[in-house]
Design a protein around this ligand. Structure first.
Ligand code: GDP
Ligand code: MG
Length: 166
């Protein structure tokens, strides 16, 4: 099995951290500043029986509609049209207008897994329930996987979900 996996989400949700953790090497710049990764970066993870070809995106441009931002969004849309599964990454406990703008641009005809990153920051886990309700009210997802990219939590579960669509 082999297929393309896109990692999308607004800036700072942890896409690069997740990609680096999954692929196991520093192939993408991680920074507290938004949008350090200006270009799409691909990493490859080969497991026992599956090959995941990851496509990182620099983040949808959700503000300031200008020619450059529209062009960047078109690039992302083209990328997503080609992939086997989309990982839509959000930050646990936060779902704002930028997240919604990204979500709106995701393809309808692709499996989309909701990846709730940074769960390590949530002390009261019951607060995740209303948060999840708010996100899943916007779109249906093929799966919901809470993870911590920095702590490496639940990444095997995420791969197992994504693997089904390769
Ligand atoms: P990107 O803009 O979506 O690529 O986000 P980055 O990967 O650059 O991460 C943005 C910030 O979130 C960085 O400071 C990361 O260290 C932090 N971060 C990423 N994943 C996690 C996580 O699972 N837990 C916590 N606490 N912080 C995280
Ligand atoms: Mg990044």
């Amino acid at each position: 099995r082999s297929g393309y996996v896109a990692i999308v989400g607004r800036p700072n949700v942890g896409k690069s951290t997740l990609l680096n953790r999954l692929v196991g090497e520093k192939i993408s710049i991680v920074s507290r500043k938004a949008q350090t990764t200006r270009h799409r970066i691909t990493g490859i993870l080969t497991n026992d029986d599956a090959q995941f070809v990851f496509v990182d995106t620099p983040g949808f441009q959700t503000e300031h509609t200008n020619a450059l931002n529209r062009a960047m969004n078109r690039g992302v849309t083209q990328t997503l049209a080609d992939v086997d599964v989309v990982l839509f990454v959000v930050e646990a406990g936060r779902f704002d207008a930028k997240d919604k703008a990204v979500l709106k641009l995701l393809p309808e005809d692709r499996p989309v897994i909701l990846v709730v990153n940074k769960v390590d920051k949530i002390a009261e886990k019951e607060k995740l329930l209303p948060f999840l309700a708010a996100v899943t009210a916007e779109r249906s997802f093929t799966a919901v996987v809470p993870v911590s990219a920095t702590k490496g939590k639940q990444l095997e579960q995420l791969l197992a979900e994504a693997r089904q669509y390769l």
